[in-house]
Design a binder for this molecule. Structure first.
Ligand code: ZN
Length: 402
């Protein structure tokens, strides 16, 4: 028999939320298709070959040819993607009342994120092209090892160097709540836990919180919108969920998952790229993968494989999110607060609590809100004197409810 731990009822998605959901699906399909079509355009028009010749004429040596090509390729790519980006991230968010971000700030962030992409590409892509040149048969193996090291580095620096370019991260302003969060962290066995408040209200009205970084850069970040819209006990549950990610080492597991996946992605890219190049090199305008002109080909294959493996990645993520929910419930033992926190997430973020199975498969990194509330309503082993799954991890056993 199911325990009755709370009685939170999830309303159906509002008409507005359903419109947001349906149009979001169409935009997602468009975005995915566009990310595949643009590289194909570069390839089948032979433009990428011409772009490389032009880059060589300006850059002269191997490295600067690569740099000039990257600046031009990424610049054109961004221009072609601009209409869809602008509509999706700016116009649409405003028309649904989810944002009051000024246009200038949107452009500012858009430009900055382009620069971050460009600098990252220039800083790292040459390594892969050097491997392609020096080791035409084994580059996929060395490349996947390099990408592991690089992703480790990027996860580490993200909260320190990249995120602060876009927002201000500071200590929590509500000191009373901060104290409650820190004592919850203490119970979760987190020592020297870092909790940051970020000024996301400048960008969005949506609410969220997340865990980021590795080791010394590891931290929990709370959007200020969450602090404004949710009640303290709801925020405590959300923090309990985030602490679950932290204590259960989800960032490390995610890193391992992507490392394993990258072996497959690199190897499959190696095989497919060789096959396609052999077949179409005349149209593409280059005949060797180690030429920077091959970038759209590698990008196309990588995006395609990535899309095909998304359901697996999402299933992995949903499992972790479910366990973080369990951890949050066990440590706070406040099912009512958890359930109503999910309701607030549904309302503030215009979520569809019961999406269709295709959406779930391809787009849900989290269990749908409806399922999370069902779980919250039925999971409270402590009320029946049963052991907690994560109880042994807690520093002091949580007090039994009277
Ligand atoms: Zn989570």
């Amino acid at each position: 028999m199911l325990a009755e731990c709370a009685h939170v009822i999830i309303p159906d998605a509002s008409e507005l939320a359903m419109r947001y959901y349906k149009s979001g699906n169409i935009l997602w399909i468009l975005g995915q298709a566009w990310a595949l079509i643009v590289p194909l355009l570069f390839l089948f028009t032979g433009f990428t070959g011409k772009l490389e010749k032009f880059s060589k004429a300006i850059g002269k040596n191997w490295f600067f040819t690569l740099v000039v090509y990257l600046v031009l390729f990424l610049g054109i790519f961004q221009l072609l993607s601009f209409p869809l980006d602008f509509y999706t991230d700016y116009l649409r968010q405003h028309s649904y009342g989810l944002s009051n971000q000024p246009l200038s700030r949107w452009f500012d962030n858009y430009g900055k994120s382009f620069l971050v992409t460009l600098i990252t590409a220039i800083a790292f892509l040459w390594i892969f092209y050097l491997l392609l040149k020096k080791s035409p048969r084994r580059w996929w193996l060395y490349g996947s090892l390099v990408s592991m090291a690089l992703s480790f580095f990027m996860i580490f620096i993200q909260p320190l160097w990249i995120d602060p370019l876009f927002n201000d991260f500071g200590p929590m302003k509500n000191k009373e709540l901060e104290q409650q969060i820190l004592s919850l962290a203490d119970k979760a066995g987190i020592e020297n836990g870092r909790v940051f408040e970020v000024d996301k209200s400048k960008d969005t009205k949506m609410v969220n919180a997340y865990v980021t970084g590795l080791g010394a850069s590891n931290r929990i970040v709370l959007w200020d919108t969450t602090l404004q819209r949710l009640q303290p006990d709801q925020i405590l549950f959300i923090m309990g969920h985030e602490m679950g990610h932290y204590v259960l080492h989800h960032i490390w597991w995610g890193f391992l998952y992507f490392s394993a996946l990258s072996f497959f992605l690199f190897y499959a890219t190696y095989r497919l790229a060789s096959f396609l190049l052999h077949r179409y090199h005349r149209r593409f305008g280059f005949n060797d993968l180690s030429h920077i002109a091959s970038l759209p080909l590698l990008l196309f294959i990588f995006s395609l494989l990535n899309l095909l493996t998304t359901p697996l990645t999402n299933a992995f993520s949903r499992y972790e999110e479910h366990e973080a929910d369990r951890f949050g419930l066990e440590i706070t033992q406040n099912n009512e607060a958890a359930g109503t926190a999910f309701l607030a997430l549904q309302q503030e973020n215009l979520a569809n609590p019961r999406p269709g199975s295709i959406f779930r498969f391809w787009r849900s990194t989290h269990p749908p809100i409806g399922e999370r509330v069902d779980f919250t309503n039925s999971y409270c082993p402590w009320a029946e004197g049963k052991p907690l799954k994560y109880g042994p991890l807690f520093k002091t056993q949580p007090a039994q409810p009277q």
